[in-house]
Design a protein around this ligand. Structure first.
Ligand SMILES: *[C@@H]1O[C@H](CO)[C@@H](O)[C@H](O)[C@H]1NC(C)=O
Ligand SMILES: *[C@@H]1O[C@H](CO)[C@@H](O)[C@H](O)[C@H]1NC(C)=O
Ligand SMILES: *[C@@H]1O[C@H](CO)[C@@H](O)[C@H](O)[C@H]1NC(C)=O
Ligand SMILES: *[C@@H]1O[C@H](CO)[C@@H](O)[C@H](O)[C@H]1NC(C)=O
Length: 463
């Protein structure tokens, strides 16, 4: 439980605390008012979104298709922070964590100038696209019980920098060229304004790097490897979507593999129309980029040519529903499918992993060596089918065999609501959801915490 300790008011602590009263709890009435307004806005946005998707029918960027949601404007949160400066005490948030589960983990969230984070939200895609876990985790932490306003009792320090929100007008994908300088500047800021970075060398500081190759911040693997992880991050903990089971320069850092972001609201909406145990009239589904003649990009081919092989071998096979064009309503197709192919792209991971699990379609993972997200909370080996890249030509046979033997047992485990919950980032953390799982994995790394080391050091010397 988040219990505020009363401490002697040292001027520095007070300064730090005041800086961090960022997202205060509001009086109940104002809060419920805000909620009503928020819900109404959400409802309206969804209606608009689905109405629009019926009209448009196809969207140039389905994985990035933005669902309009709202957020507290920067101005409002500033105003609320100010109001809180005057409030004598922070009312505790509603309890979320069962006592003991997160073992009293405490996370301090830096209040960085808006140019590092909230300014980017002016583009509403920033909080909804597949790399938006950087926004979602930040938001969830701000209202979570593990958040502490007292950096002296924190096990970990979360540094909220949004690096994936500078969308290129040419192709709609994030331009992440500025990621290194933005993060370096944020570290410069916190290490000069606060003492906590220097005392641990950043080892108890946590960053999100949700892009293709984690903290290497480049879309192409060779360039990512050549650039490497910035020196400044090498001692910290990175929450990253990228993960492989072998040694790779882009994960040569303490890390937690996290799921890509998929808007929970969009999934709930799909599930309302097509429940997981409903009829599934598509046997094997894939929609996305499948190049017939993939280009040789400095020795590498998109998807290791796996998607090309799938297209060439199974296009026209009646069991397979393969589409190369983008379509905004693709989630409803996933909900209609028994097997959903999740082949690698440039990077091994894909938002399809999350969408398939959430919509009850058995993920067929074709990405050699992938390290899947949140292994402690999601039993991937029980709820998915793995196919080696070189076996992709036998996909039909392999899936037939699964269908004839263990499909219903896989589905039963897949449809356990805990699997879906574990992969979704809610704007307010819920027990068992993705942020919760991330915190659980962080709590396993508490030996990195300066505070922890000092406390256990004292215990040692007491003995
Ligand atoms: C956004 O990305 C473009 C490259 O596509 C770059 O020129 C620009 O400086 C970036 N903007 C910021 C604020 O980093
Ligand atoms: C942390 O170390 C840097 C580099 O040595 C120094 O410039 C900075 O002032 C230090 N920060 C604090 C708060 O002492
Ligand atoms: C791809 O291009 C590289 C040079 O960039 C070349 O060495 C390699 O042989 C090519 N691979 C294939 C399969 O064409
Ligand atoms: C399902 O069966 C396949 C092939 O018979 C096997 O490789 C796989 O491990 C089984 N999966 C589960 C989750 O039982």
């Amino acid at each position: 439980m988040a219990e505020q300790k009363i401490r002697p008011i040292k001027s520095q602590v007070l300064y730090v605390r005041m800086k961090l009263l960022h997202r205060p709890s509001r009086p109940q009435q104002e809060r419920s008012c805000f909620h009503t307004y928020y819900k109404w806005l959400l409802w309206f946005s969804f209606s608009l979104y689905f109405f629009a998707s019926y009209l448009i029918g196809s969207d140039p960027h389905p994985p990035l298709s933005s669902l309009r949601t709202t957020h507290v404007s920067t101005r409002e949160s500033t105003r609320l922070s100010r109001a809180l400066f005057e409030s004598p005490h922070l009312a505790p948030q509603k309890p979320q964590t069962s006592p003991g589960v997160l073992k009293n983990l405490k996370v301090f969230v830096y209040d960085l100038p808006p140019k590092y984070n909230t300014d980017w939200l002016s583009n509403e895609r920033c909080s909804n696209h597949l790399f938006a876990s950087e926004v979602a985790i930040h938001r969830a932490l701000l209202t979570s019980d593990v958040r502490t306003f007292d950096p002296y009792e924190a096990d970990f320090f979360f540094v909220p920098v949004y690096v994936s929100c500078n969308f290129s007008t040419a192709n709609g994908f994030p331009a992440i060229g500025h990621a290194r300088s933005l993060i370096a500047s944020a570290v410069q800021f916190i290490s000069s304004e606060y003492q906590f970075w220097n005392r641990s060398g950043g080892s108890d500081h946590v960053f999100v790097a949700s892009h293709d190759f984690g903290a290497c911040f480049h879309t192409l693997e060779d360039a990512a490897i050549a650039d490497g992880i910035p020196e400044i991050l090498k001692n910290s903990v990175i929450l990253q979507t990228f993960g492989v089971q072998y040694k790779h320069p882009c994960q040569d850092v303490e890390n937690v593999v996290i799921p890509p972001y998929v808007s929970p609201e969009s999934l709930w909406n799909t599930l309302e129309k097509a429940p997981v145990d409903g009829e599934r009239d598509i046997w094997a589904f894939f929609r996305g980029k499948m190049e017939v003649h993939p280009k040789n990009v400095s020795g590498r081919f998109y998807s290791n040519r796996v998607r090309t092989a799938i297209w060439r071998r199974f296009n026209g096979d009646r069991r397979f529903y393969l589409r190369r064009h983008r379509f905004a309503g693709y989630q409803s197709e996933i909900a209609r499918s028994v097997f959903c192919l999740c082949p690698l792209g440039w990077a091994p991971w894909s938002p399809r992993l999350v969408e398939s699990v959430a919509l009850g379609c058995v993920p067929v993972i074709i990405a050699d060596g992938i390290r899947l997200p949140l292994l402690s909370g999601v039993r991937w080996e029980e709820i998915s089918v793995r196919v080696a890249e070189k076996e992709v030509g036998r996909l039909g046979e392999i899936l037939e065999e699964v269908a004839a033997t263990n499909l219903s047992s896989i589905q039963r485990k897949l449809w356990d609501p805990r699997m879906k919950r574990a992969l979704l980032f809610n704007s307010e953390m819920e027990e068992g959801d993705a942020t919760w799982q991330v915190l659980e994995e962080l709590s396993e790394k508490r030996d990195r915490s300066y505070r922890r080391a000092r406390v256990s050091g004292q215990l040692e010397s007491d003995r």
